[in-house]
Ligand binder design. Structure first.
Ligand code: BES
Ligand code: MN
Ligand code: ZN
Length: 517
């Protein structure tokens, strides 16, 4: 898909469809005049449809109108809410919702008009004082990212043809008044690359567990590494055992599909980025989580193919970062295992020793993510990581607490947590902090080991973070994406399935390291 940013008037742009945001109330100044001119060129249809209520500012309500006297034969009116509330998150979703509305239609050139009112709205994703208002470049980046991701649909992974497949665009024209078209063009291209990376993550995550096992995930990572010039090391069971990764090795024992610790790297030994960091992205890669001997109920167990999403996200994120900043030193670690019951499975009560020497009682084999992440975090530090971020579908509790729209996050020290959340906000991704309350540590005490991997259910979300904290000594943030990693039903801006959540946060965070503070 070619992207062009043009400073033209929306009615003069040649395209198959021109998408136009519909805001509550009237647009002011030049925007108001431009909208009135569009309406005139449609013989007053926009106004009539609005009075009828067919076209409205309701978020992502989409109505196709005949374009009549426009450069595009069709005008897509897209509800965009209150202009003053149009933040980065809404910008991304607005763009993805436009592209998704074109599914099944014969459209190859899409134009999106961004009136200046949205650029100057000042709305922020977090509401935090530290979050800078969205600039024209931010907006254009998010729209390009949104359109790129909006054309992703998992319905075609396992079948040849699908009627409702998203439109494959040849060209996206972003129509925006901006002083510096060249800078906006660069921002748009950056957004498209981030969107393409999210598609890689989503596609891997959506694939079935009989298709993607740890070995297949490692092969996919190897292909990506070769294609993009990243170094890769795939650690199999013999080496992992020899190194002492007892937590990692405890989980995959019940499966015929052996574990793989996937390690991707850009930059040489001892290299740091422009901020003196070597960031490690760590992702949980449980290719299927049956619970093991502590087996899960059968209801919704099929969703546990998604338990590899964190791994898919970090594999895609290091590739995206490499494309955008080829010389940036960066690490990605994806411990991949299948958690199954079987004669060789780890049992509740088994005692295992972590790579960092700590002794753990496996009280519940379904709390497996924290086991594989514990060793992966230790190993990331051994490889020289100075800063860590992990993404994991770690607990059902996080979805019960925050639902499918907010990712729960932990971190220490607070300054690093704030840095990560600010990077996420720049990409329209939203996190809420869960406290690492020391008082609960004693709930995880074990008679035989240094601690156990679960404990009483009260405060179990906090305890999942406390467990991981035992395996880090450097600035670290943990994102629990169990609620936000996949949708059970389609949204205007996303199909059912993997969402790619936190891919953009990780890329944005890593890219900070391309420039000195
Ligand atoms: N993969 C699950 C968490 C999960 C649940 C992800 C639902 C997505 C949707 C994780 O391995 C798990 O089983 N966690 C347990 C932890 C408990 C045993 C302490 C849970 O949340 O019940
Ligand atoms: Mn589990
Ligand atoms: Zn799991």
């Amino acid at each position: 898909m070619q992207i062009r940013v043009v400073p033209d008037q929306p009615w003069s742009v040649a395209a198959d469809v021109l998408a136009v945001p519909v805001f509550a109330g009237d647009l002011a100044g030049a925007d108001g005049e431009a909208l009135a001119e569009l309406d005139r060129r449609l013989g007053g249809a926009i106004g009539e449809y609005r009075r009828l209520g067919e076209v409205s500012s309701e978020l992502f309500r989409r109505v196709m109108l005949h374009g009549q006297d426009l450069g595009a034969p069709w005008l897509l009116a897209v509800g965009a809410g209150d202009a003053a509330a149009f933040d980065r998150r809404t910008a991304y979703r607005f763009a993805a919702a436009i592209e998704r509305r074109l599914a099944g239609l014969h459209v190859s050139r899409l134009a999106v008009w961004l009136p200046s009112s949205v650029v100057t709205s000042g709305a922020t994703t977090t509401g935090a004082a530290a979050e800078a208002p969205m600039s024209a470049a931010d907006l254009v980046m998010l729209v390009a990212r949104g359109v790129t991701e909006g054309s992703y649909d998992p319905a075609t992974i396992y079948r040849e043809s699908y009627d409702e497949a998203p439109a494959a665009l040849d060209e996206l024209v972003i129509v925006v008044r901006g002083a510096d078209v060249a800078a906006l063009q660069a921002a748009a291209e950056r957004g498209a690359v981030i969107g393409e990376g999210a598609r890689v993550a989503r596609d891997l995550a959506n694939r079935a567990s009989n298709d993607v096992n740890p070995e297949v995930l490692a092969d996919a990572a190897t292909d990506l590494a070769k294609a993009h010039g990243l170094a890769i090391d795939v650690i199999g069971p013999e080496r992992a055992t020899e190194m002492g990764m007892g937590l990692f090795m405890a989980v995959g024992r019940g499966s015929d599909n052996p574990p793989r610790l996937i390690v991707l790297r850009n930059g040489g030994d001892g290299e740091h980025d422009a901020r003196g960091r070597l960031l490690a992205l760590v992702g949980k890669g449980v290719t299927f989580d049956s619970g093991g001997i502590s087996i899960k109920p059968s209801d919704r167990m099929e969703e546990m193919k998604m338990d590899k999403t964190g791994a898919c996200t970090v594999i895609a994120a290091i590739v995206t970062a490499k494309r955008l900043a080829p010389d940036l030193p960066l690490l990605a670690l994806a411990p991949a295992v299948e958690n199954m019951p079987g004669p060789h499975s780890t049992r509740p009560g088994d005692i295992v020793k972590a790579l960092n020497g700590k002794v753990v009682e496996v009280q519940n084999t379904d709390a497996e993510g924290r086991l594989i992440l514990g060793d992966a975090l230790t190993y990331a530090e051994r490889l020289g990581a100075t800063h860590l971020i992990d993404a994991a579908t770690l607990t059902g509790a996080v979805e019960r607490a925050f639902g499918k729209q907010v990712t729960g996050a932990f971190g220490t020290p607070q300054g690093w947590y704030d840095t990560v959340v600010a990077a996420g906000a720049r990409q329209g991704e939203r996190y809420w902090q869960i406290p690492l309350v020391d008082d609960y540590v004693r709930d995880m005490e074990s008679w035989y080991a240094d601690f156990q991997n679960s404990g009483p259910a009260d405060g179990s979300l906090v305890k999942s973070g406390l467990f991981l904290r035992e395996f880090v000594t450097r600035p670290w943030v943990h994102l629990d994406i169990a609620g936000t990693a996949y949708m059970r039903r389609p949204m205007p801006w996303a199909p059912r399935g993997a969402t790619g959540v936190s891919h953009a946060t990780m890329v944005e965070l890593a890219l900070e390291g391309a420039n000195p503070a």
